[in-house]
Design a protein. Structure first.
Length: 451
């Protein structure tokens, strides 16, 4: 008997509000409102403690790529727990799930990204990246190359390192972020910040801020640039086509390391195994998590190129996590990747699901509140605006007409997410055309109810 079966929702909510501190939440508000309590899920649908069924337009937190309720993953976890529930990978030990997963990721990743350092999450992996790129340059005899350039409104996690790489003002306002040695340039957000420029000119201008920042800091002080191929948590900001080629040119010209944070864009979300392939960029390191296990187990990591990995290998890298390469998480990730490959999920996203979503999502652009309706692969967003023609922004004060907070929206039994004045989705990759149609009609209803 589970608590869900014996306690009514109000009791569960009271317990939750009394004892459970939620991430990215004003917990005091939960006492009055009560958290939505999710009890089960199957495919792309969630069930809550009142029995309501919702379409999960966010794949959890951008992670349940193969959908909920896949028995094979439960079996893989149970099998691995029976055989070897835990062992570490420190101090010259290894185990089959971790080494097999590393080899599989080396096969899937482009170019010479052939080496994997495991972590428990995307945040931890980005902390690894900070230390790894600095250690790389130290071993190259250039220890002063420590500064990492990142972007405002980028998201790279919530640890001291990940939160510092991220450019979220609300996070930097609390707890001493960012740590030293991390600087930010502007994001390529044309709709919100592009003014009178064409998207192409704006994309170039924003990319060139990287060059300006490198010259300002002195290239001899710059270790790396980190960015998400498409910003997710920042509001599904899709860069103009001119942006990434220019970034690649600058990275190549100055010889700094490029870290692609693929925590959201990895594992099929943009119609390729990795978002970097979709933009034809050549990172030295890719951060992975989320879709690696479809969220069934916590696991993250860094996929690292030959040059960096071989250099790091010259000395002991004094870094690692108890759960680096956790055998159960690795076994589940392997099974997840097997299913994705066997079912051709990435190819189907590219040829069928993403084009269908793109067309359906774009149909929302005629709504009076919608300034742009854009998507790339299985990530999509709307800019909400009081005036389409001038691309006016809603004020970000609670109580303002059209104000939307950073929270989930559950209206009409559809989970979407608000980020400032953007409304975003990133559904499981296995969503069907019928469910996309249902998602779009519920999203339209929610927009109609927004005033
Ligand atoms: N990087 C990106 C691009 C993310 O979207 C996230 C999480 O949303 C992270 C890193 C952090 O991952 P985690 O929450 O697993 O620490």
């Amino acid at each position: 008997m589970t608590l869900t079966n014996i306690a009514p929702t109000a009791e569960l909510q009271a317990l939750d509000a009394a004892h459970h501190m939620h991430p990215f939440t004003a917990n005091a508000a939960l006492g009055a409102k009560g958290a939505r309590i999710i009890t089960r899920a199957s495919g792309v649908r969630l069930t809550d403690s009142d029995g309501a069924e919702l379409i999960d337009g966010m794949a959890g937190l951008w992670c349940v790529n193969i959908g909920y309720g896949r028995e094979e993953l439960a079996e893989a976890a149970a099998r691995q727990m029976r055989e070897l529930p835990y062992y570490n990978t420190f101090f010259q030990t290894s185990h089959v799930p971790a080494l097999t997963l590393a080899a599989r990721l080396a096969e899937l990743a482009p170019g010479d990204l052939n080496h994997v350092f495991f972590a428990g999450s995307g945040s931890e992996a980005n902390d690894t990246n900070i230390r790894m790129v600095r250690q790389y340059w130290a071993l190259k005899g250039q220890p002063e190359r420590r500064t990492i350039i990142a972007r405002r409104n980028g998201y790279h996690g919530s640890t001291m390192g990940g939160g510092s790489l991220g450019g979220m003002a609300a996070m930097h306002a609390q707890g001493g972020l960012p740590i030293p040695g991390i600087v930010h340039i502007d994001q390529p957000y044309w709709w919100g910040e592009g003014g009178d420029m064409t998207p192409e000119a704006f994309g170039l201008a924003r990319a060139r801020q990287l060059e300006e920042k490198i010259l300002e800091l002195g290239v001899e002080n710059v270790a790396a640039f980190i960015a998400e191929p498409v910003q997710g948590a920042g509001g599904v900001i899709i860069p103009p086509d001119s942006y990434w080629p220019e970034i690649q040119r600058i990275v190549d010209k100055y010889g700094i390391l490029l870290i692609a944070d693929e925590v959201i864009t990895g594992f099929g979300r943009l119609g390729h195994w990795f978002g970097s392939q979709s933009y034809d960029i050549r990172p030295h390191i890719m951060t992975i998590a989320k879709g690696l296990s479809s969220g069934y187990q916590p696991i993250g990591g860094s996929i690292v190129c030959d040059e960096v990995a071989h250099t790091i290998a010259q000395d002991e890298f004094n870094h690692g996590y108890t759960y680096s390469g956790h055998p159960v998480a690795a076994a589940v990730a392997l099974e997840n990747l097997r299913i994705m490959e066997e079912e051709g999920i990435v190819a189907r996203v590219q040829s069928e699901t993403a084009p269908y979503l793109a067309k359906a999502w774009a149909s929302l652009a005629d709504h009076p509140l919608v300034g742009e309706a854009v998507s790339r692969g299985m990530m999509a967003s709307l800019a909400l605006t009081p005036d389409k023609a001038s691309r006016a922004r809603f004020a970000s004060d609670p109580g303002t007409v059209g104000f939307v907070a950073r929270e989930y929206s559950f209206g009409n039994n559809l989970v979407m997410r608000h980020v400032g004045d953007r409304l975003i989705i990133a559904p499981p990759l296995v969503i069907t055309p019928d469910d996309i149609d249902a998602l779009i009609s519920r999203a339209r209803k929610t927009l109609d109810q927004t005033h």
